[in-house]
Design a protein around this ligand. Structure first.
Ligand code: CA
Length: 368
């Protein structure tokens, strides 16, 4: 898809016009030079944790840079590198922190080796849904805390994508009781991985591009990835039979754009606003895309590829939930910043749950 088609698809025409005409109703992208103010041009690199052009996350990154290019009239041009092209997937954080690349795209739970509490800004087992996560970040103080947490690393985080509720994962045996998780070597990142470890499993953190081979070769027994749309694209059904739901460990995973702080502060104010606004547009766009495509992909997995769809039994979910509560509370107790973030997150979750009970939950139960 061409750059302008991305922008059109995002419905960003009006947004582009608004971004560049503020305070000057006749100015158009690229007009600055014509008016005698040479516009500084920036050429950035963006490293990602995803395979290049991977459906969903990879294409969202392409949309993001296309949108920034279009909105800035070409003043901020960003070249995208897929996982392993410039740096390996899990070195994205360090690369952007060091300024090797000005931007990165990934998820905060990949950086738990840098900051365990960063995981709150991707997803928390039995935590917030996508809509709730966005509400916490944009209107509940979450974004400010995220920026405070990443400041010592010289990074500015911006929410830039959400998967919605993920699937529970792919298994080669049925999970009928908590006992079935014991001894299980599973690719599962973040706090969900720690929950599995407490229940006797072995969590493994692998970048997306390495999952299929690991599962097929038996290096891992099970894996989670995202949801039907992405899992179908990786062909995970060829390596495991049982596909479990719900994704208790990732109820609404926020993807992040990280920007090197010095590079970000070196941008003129309008370009900084464009970067933030484009990320917000992609944050919504990716969630919409997953929501639109997941069910068709699931249908294909079940009917065409004969995948056995299974729900985790309540006995398993209860054990996972209770263990998750302990894991999250322990993390909160490790350092003052963790406690500060946890308090904000928990308070928000309690408040939003009270509202959701009489809005989203009540409505969906009624709709059936
Ligand atoms: Ca996942």
């Amino acid at each position: 898809m061409k750059r302008r088609e991305f922008v059109k698809q995002l419905g960003a025409g009006a947004l582009v016009a608004g971004a560049v005409t503020t305070g000057c109703s006749t100015q158009k992208p690229g007009d600055r030079e014509a008016q005698g103010t040479p516009a500084q041009r920036f050429h950035w690199k963006m490293v990602t944790t995803w395979p290049k052009n991977f459906p969903g996350m990879g294409t969202a990154v392409n949309k993001l840079v296309a949108l920034i290019d279009e909105m800035s009239g070409g003043r901020l041009e960003i070249k995208v590198y897929g996982a392993g092209e410039l740096v390996p997937a899990f070195e994205v954080f360090d690369a952007v922190s060091a300024g090797t690349a000005e931007m990165g795209h990934g998820a905060a739970y990949y950086w738990k080796g840098k900051s365990e509490v960063a995981q709150f800004f991707s997803t928390v087992p039995f935590g917030l849904t996508a809509q709730e996560m966005n509400a916490w970040l944009y209107y509940g103080g979450g974004m400010e805390l995220w920026r405070e947490l990443y400041e010592p690393f010289g990074l500015v985080p911006i929410a830039a994508g959400n998967t919605g509720v993920q699937m529970g994962g792919w298994f080669n045996k049925e999970i009928n009781s908590p006992q079935d998780l014991k001894g299980l070597k599973m690719r599962i990142p973040g706090l969900g991985g720690e929950v599995l470890r407490r229940l006797g499993g072995t969590p493994v953190n692998l970048p997306g591009g390495e999952i299929f081979t690991a599962l097929q070769s038996g290096t891992i027994d099970a894996t989670e990835w995202v949801g039907p749309y992405n899992d179908l694209a990786f062909g995970l059904y060829k390596a495991a039979k049982y596909y479990y739901y719900p994704g208790w460990h990732e109820p609404g995973t926020t993807l992040e754009c990280i920007v090197n702080r010095k590079a970000f502060e070196g941008l003129p104010e309008d370009l900084r606003a464009i970067v933030e606004t484009a990320c917000k547009a992609v944050n919504l766009d990716l969630l919409s895309e997953f929501t639109a495509r997941n069910n068709a992909a699931l249908h294909q997995l079940v009917t065409e590829h004969k995948v056995a769809l299974r729900a985790f039994p309540e006995t398993v979910l209860k054990e996972l939930r209770e263990t998750a509560d302990k894991v999250v509370a322990e993390l909160a107790g490790k350092e003052p910043m963790a406690q500060k973030i946890f308090s904000s997150f928990r308070e928000f979750r309690d408040q939003v749950t009270a509202w959701d009970n009489i809005s989203e939950r009540a409505y969906l139960n009624t709709r059936g």
